[in-house]
Design a protein around this ligand. Sequence first.
Ligand code: MLT
Length: 407
Amino acid sequence: MIRVNENYLKLKASYLFSDIAKRVAEFEKKNPGKEIIRLGIGDVTLPLPPACIAAMHRAVDDMASAKTFRGYGPEQGYDFLREKISEFDYRSRDVSISADEIFVSDGAKCDTGNIQELFAHEIVIAVPDPVYPVYVDTNVMAGRTGVNSDGRYSGLVYLDSTDANGFVPELPGEKVDLIYLCFPNNPTGATATKADLTKWVRYARENRALILYDAAYESFIRDDNIPRSIYEIEGADEVAVEFRSFSKTAGFTGTRCAFTVVPKKCRAYSATGEPVILHQLWLRRQTTKFNGVSYPVQRAAEAVYSDEGRRQVRELGDYYLENAARIRNGMKDIGFARYGGLNSPYIWVKGDRDSWALFDLMLEKAGVVCTPGAGFGKCGEGYIRISAFNSHENVDRALEKMSEALR
Ligand code: MLT
């Protein structure tokens, strides 16, 4: 008898964004022709920057000639891209991350989901609440939790992120081994200061813990005082892995390209307490299970760092941040407290009823799709997340419709 991994049976029936897509599809079926504006999943709507498109076209031509054709690439990514990432994302900000500490991949979702494989079964894991569901669900699948009751899995340490702490969680009261952090935060849009991150790095160093730092939204940071990388904090390169993505930065959600930084100084420990270099383990994992990102896509990602690419990417970010500002203003006018959306494409809105009820009301009365905060955890109850990824026209229209429906 073939038996299933019982841990999968502990999961909620479907992934949050699949669940929402299903509800929206049902609504569309029941209400044919009704206009729907999507401000739910954080999926970009503007096309790839022209610099990326031109580079991708050239790379496709390379694949058409035996002289320039490429077969399997290095699993960790081509040097041409890793060098650019190291130079522009790190060295230009006085952070010493070398090209060979960068692992190019097909998504931060996959990497944040896969990396838990490197760690022992019995480690203590801390996750913020609300949280990007991938961090939790992948640990559930791996059997590191008990069952879900009342919206939380036993065995995990939840770090409450509320308006009382500005959605930046406090250090845990107990000793934890693995800590997931995400700034600018998905879903709350909160950012962490240098002082906030310094506290976490110190905690990790004192407790031989590891921080998994998801910085997929760093390109939306406009305030120079906000750190863009955890490695801006001294000593973080010994206790933190960082995840970045071209998805939201440069519109690669469908094209797929991201990277993970595993500094060579970063350690975890064997059962006998011997330090183990994480870089070697991740390299071993990636070379075994991953065959790299396609050559044309990596060339397109490389173009993000050209002069015109950097200008175009900045414009993309500015466009969505303008939407975020409109949403912040619009929700305030409607009378709702709202957070985030300043250095982030997500606006976290405190509603006047439970999250799913507000989601249903927004969909049915306004034809606007948002994401119910409760889908991100217990502390998300009563909130909705509104994404800034759409056109200015659709955002304005959504605000008008929400204003009619919610006032
Ligand atoms: C979101 O809406 O939270 C994101 O699109 C999730 C993701 O990037 O996977």
